[in-house]
Design a protein around this ligand. Structure first.
Ligand code: PLP
Length: 392
């Protein structure tokens, strides 16, 4: 993993924790409180004037969440961060803070399903329109841009077929047109892809994935400059109230301490599994940005510092029974949505539609997505081997 000389251990284990060292606790406290009291009426009056800076109520600020915000911002080279109760809430808040009736959004095709739903269905109710474009082409963004375009929404790579966008070029184009850019960076994490350095205005994460890392919490992150974060805080963040609990914030602080070693382990195991699966006679096609068969392999090498965990294959069969039998036969891969935890997962595209009509509109019917957790690759390969034998 290329971490560009950043002191990750400092950010994840020391930054912001000075106070807890004074108190001689090595682990920070969980401030499980909903509100904060004041000595005088005038003191609480001052807090009302500027809730962004004040400690008034946990829907706004909470010290445990504040420690987490500091670490997430440092990890992304952002000035500030907000932590929300889910990745979907983070995307919705960031988008809603930047549009009004009559505005237009250009979004990459095939983004995360709830991002698509937000733009294509929900926002239409408020007269906000959108165009979904082929993200592999910068020109497609330019062509779709109209006078009313306020936002570009990116996700690079996406998490089933792993198409990339040229982040630097699209951010540059947006700046020229006065358009705000939002990217979903959940696949890479801020360690794996420095979107803000590449020129993006707002970076979003589903922290339910690698940041939580243990499949035991749901959370989302918004990263940006101070002005933008304060603007979102005072509107969507306080209004929707989709905040993380202090307890879950503490769990994420603990998980982040091992993020770099988890990412390293996951990348190593992913490489080993891909080495096995890639040339298997039952596999027709591999989808993985760091494999040289990926059509945007050189762009991936250029803008991503890390790749791992998630990849997809097309099986060499269109027989639904065989696809299901293969997945059902896997013992070390659980059949489940999500990813980023300790457990390895499998998710076939055929599960997204009825058996009678299993060719999904977006995805090839024989596509199977894998997530490699913290397992030793040797046991995963053995498991794949026995499952492939079942369909031979
Ligand atoms: C999971 C996911 C989300 C949504 O995050 P939640 O925490 O589940 O709300 C958004 N984007 C991507 C790429 C995801 O994988």
């Amino acid at each position: 993993m290329k971490n560009k000389g950043k002191d990750l251990h400092y950010i994840l284990n020391i930054l912001g924790e000075e106070c807890t060292i004074d108190g001689q606790t090595v682990s920070p406290p969980i401030h499980q409180t909903s509100n904060f009291s004041f000595i005088t009426v005038d003191a609480i009056r001052n807090a009302f004037k500027d809730e962004f800076s004040a400690r008034l109520y946990t829907r706004g600020n909470n010290p445990t969440v504040a420690l987490l915000r500091k670490k997430l911002a440092a990890l992304a080279d952002a000035e500030d961060a907000l932590v929300l109760s889910s990745g979907a809430a983070a995307m919705a808040a960031a988008v809603m803070a930047h549009v009004k009736t009559g505005d237009h959004i250009v979004c990459v095709k095939k983004p995360y399903s709830w991002t698509e739903r937000l733009l294509s269905t929900y926002l239409n109710r408020f007269g906000i329109t959108n165009t979904f474009v082929d993200g592999t082409s910068v020109a497609a963004f330019e062509k779709a841009t109209i006078t009313q375009t306020k936002l570009y929404v990116l996700e690079s790579p996406n998490t089933f077929t792993f198409e990339l966008q040229d982040i630097r070029s699209i951010a540059h184009l947006a700046k020229q047109c006065g358009i705000t850019t939002i990217i979903d960076n959940s696949y890479c994490t801020s360690i794996g892809q420095s979107c803000i350095e590449l020129g993006i205005d707002i970076e979003i994460h589903s922290a339910s994935k690698y940041y939580g890392g243990h499949s035991d919490l749901i959370a989302g992150v918004i990263l940006s400059n101070k002005t933008t974060i304060e603007k979102i805080f005072n509107t969507e963040f306080l209004n929707y109230g989709a905040v993380i609990s202090p307890n879950d914030a503490w769990l994420m602080i603990r998980s982040l301490r091992t993020l770099p070693i988890r990412l390293q382990q996951i990348a190593d195991s992913t490489n080993a599994v891909i080495g096995y699966i890639k040339n298997h006679p039952k596999v027709k096609k591999l989808y993985y940005p760091f494999d040289d068969s990926h059509p945007q392999h050189s762009l991936a090498q250029e803008q991503m510092n890390w790749c791992g965990g998630l990849f997809s294959v097309e099986l060499n069969t269109d027989n639904l029974q065989a696809i299901e039998l293969f997945c059902d036969s896997l013992k070390r891969f659980k059949i489940a949505v999500s990813w980023g935890g300790h457990e390895s997962l499998v998710m076939p595209a055929c599960a997204f539609s009825a058996r009678e009509n299993f060719s999904h509109t977006y995805l090839p019917a024989n596509l199977v997505r894998f997530y490699i957790g913290l397992d030793d690759a040797k046991f995963l390969i053995e498991d794949l081997q026995q499952a492939f034998e079942k369909i031979e």
